[in-house]
Design a protein around this ligand. Structure first.
Ligand code: ATP
Length: 533
């Protein structure tokens, strides 16, 4: 993608997604349900395209390993509801929780690590030689955003007494200094409880009777299904350590504060791969997967400067993990800070040990050459497919100024807040890489009331449809039809005009440059194949 962009507001993106059929609020006609989303006709195409890229890069054509040999990774699709002992052994029943705080006045519930108190220090010393403080409670995913939001909330009077750009510190409810009030974002008063643990798993019952014995859980991650099938795969697939098992599927977490559109939802999709390796080689593979995963995100057209690694501190590590690094993206709602997109964890042999003990089934790997038995270590790249959809949408969104007829030149990036210059009009364009674009080609007859144009355009549509997702549109002025395709990110539009009837050529219009070239119809497929890659 050509230029960086992380300035699109979530409101703008959410409304585009709804207007054009990418993502709808779930059960909207009943007022929706918080934390659940439906993927519309274009959204499902985009999601499937990202999913297919991951599956190709993991299962169908995994990268070459550090020594140049191709890696072995097989696929799996395990069930969403598993024997509930799974979640006891994995540690989720005991430990899978977020600390949260409740507002005693409003009964609102917040994630304790996302509920900030921001304090500004005035430039002048206060009465007792201390700096004056002003505290504001804010809900945010990132410290920078919390401080910025609090800054915007300051009144003129407060700004006056604090001076220009006062220094600020911010603490979440998890690391609030002793004696500070627990300010609620709802009341701005000291009405929050101390942080408490809250289990994130959705519970259900299997069978006719609802009691403790029939209680089960919707899986909060896809990974455990892989560990449960580890032995089946080893026994049936002729894989040898090191090897991987990959899975894509739904996961459910009763998040305390679902928010930021599809970033944090209660039902979402994950793409996870468990890489089983010899304990002595685990660090090598951890480093390998860390680099590979970053390369993959970049291959989707994400600007490298909007991506970064973040190593977890020892006190942040999940109960099972020896080391963990996140791939983070600069989301519009965290900028200039970053937020999680994928976690790459060194899980040691925690999961296999737990399941071996709890199930009393031997899960050790027998090395045929040496006769050694051991529990492999596991490196796990785990990412969110639905979160990836959000990243790709944010990254693709552009507002541009395009020259009107008779004005020279191509589209230029619109300057936020500035009026459209004379001779230009504005457009919204989604600059998806062709491989991710929900629709690859649109076919138009120049005019809908000229049957000869319509017949020819439909012939071309039928010709292209089996090869690429193709959209036929004859409604409205041709310029409007181009704009509609720009807004959903269709890389190429093919138009049948009066010249086409004479010489069997059509125009291909490029989404990004808006240039049009004339191509003989019998070369159209070849030319599109080259351009779509
Ligand atoms: P967070 O700290 O944001 O709650 P996590 O560290 O618990 O996330 P993991 O358990 O490592 O997340 O899950 C792996 C990936 O699954 C995350 O990197 C993210 O992309 C995705 N994911 C996790 N929770 C959600 C959610 N509620 N909604 C959408 N995607 C999610």
């Amino acid at each position: 993608m050509n230029s960086t962009n992380n300035t699109v507001s979530l409101e703008t993106l959410t409304s585009l997604c709804k207007r054009r059929g990418f993502v709808f609020q779930s059960s909207e006609i009943y007022g929706g349900i918080n934390g659940f989303w439906d993927y519309g006709p274009l959204g499902i195409q985009l999601k499937n395209n990202i999913r297919d890229e991951w599956w190709k890069a993991m299962v169908e054509c995994p990268p070459l390993g550090p020594d140049g040999d191709p890696l072995q990774i097989v696929g799996l699709d395990s069930s969403i509801i598993q024997n509930p002992q799974t979640w006891v052994a994995s540690g989720h029943v005991g430990g899978f929780s977020d600390p949260m705080v409740d507002c005693k006045a409003t009964k609102n519930r917040y994630r304790a690590d996302q509920c900030w108190v921001v304090a500004f220090e005035s430039s002048e010393a206060g009465e007792e030689g201390h700096h004056l403080r002003l505290e504001v409670a804010v809900e945010a995913d990132a410290k920078e955003v919390a401080i910025e939001t609090a800054r915007e909330k300051l009144s003129k009077k407060e700004k006056k007494s604090l001076g220009d750009n006062p220094a600020a510190v911010a603490y979440t409810q998890m690391d609030l200094p002793d004696g500070w009030p627990r300010l609620s974002p709802a009341t701005q008063e000291n009405t929050l409880t101390e942080p408490r643990e809250f289990n994130l798993m959705f519970e259900t019952y299997v069978g006719a009777i609802k009691n403790d014995e029939s209680k089960a859980y919707l899986r909060p991650e896809t990974a455990q299904g892989i560990f449960l099938n580890y032995k089946n795969v080893v026994d049936t697939s002729r894989v040898k350590v090191p090897f991987g098992i990959a899975q894509i599927g739904k996961a459910f977490r009763n998040e305390v504060t679902p928010r930021n559109f599809i970033f944090r939802s209660r039902e979402f999709e994950q793409m996870e791969m468990e890489w089983f390796c010899h304990p002595d080689e685990s660090q090598k593979w951890f480093n390998f997967w860390k680099e590979e995963r970053m390369k993959w995100w970049e291959s989707l057209g994400i600007e490298p400067e909007n991506l970064r690694f973040r190593d977890h501190d020892a006190d942040e590590l999940a109960h099972y993990s020896n080391a963990c690094v996140d791939v983070e993206y600069r989301y519009p709602f965290t900028a200039p800070d970053f937020g999680e997109l994928e976690g790459i964890a060194h899980r040691g042999c925690f999961d296999l040990t737990q399941h071996q003990e709890a199930s009393r089934q031997k899960l050790e790997y027998l090395e045929a050459e040496t006769g050694n038995r051991y529990l492999p270590n596991v490196i796990e790249p785990a990412s969110g497919l639905t979160r990836a959809v959000l990243v790709i949408l944010c990254e693709a969104y552009r507002e541009e100024w395009v020259p009107k007829d008779g004005v020279e030149g191509g589209p230029i990036a619109a300057e936020p807040g500035q009026p459209t210059p004379e001779g230009y009009e504005s457009r919204v364009v989604m600059k998806f890489l062709p491989k991710l674009a929900p629709v690859k080609v649109a076919v138009f007859p120049l005019l809908k009331n000229r049957p000869e144009l319509v017949v020819k355009a439909r012939e071309i549509y039928y010709m292209l449809r089996p090869k690429w997702t193709t959209f036929y549109d004859q409604a409205g002025a041709i310029g409007r039809r181009y704009r509609r395709q720009d807004e959903v990110g269709t890389p190429y539009c093919v138009t049948v005009d009066f010249d086409s009837l004479q010489d069997d050529t059509v125009t291909i219009r490029d989404r990004d440059t808006m240039e049009q070239v004339r191509v003989p119809i019998n070369e159209l497929e070849t030319v599109l194949a080259e351009r779509l890659g």
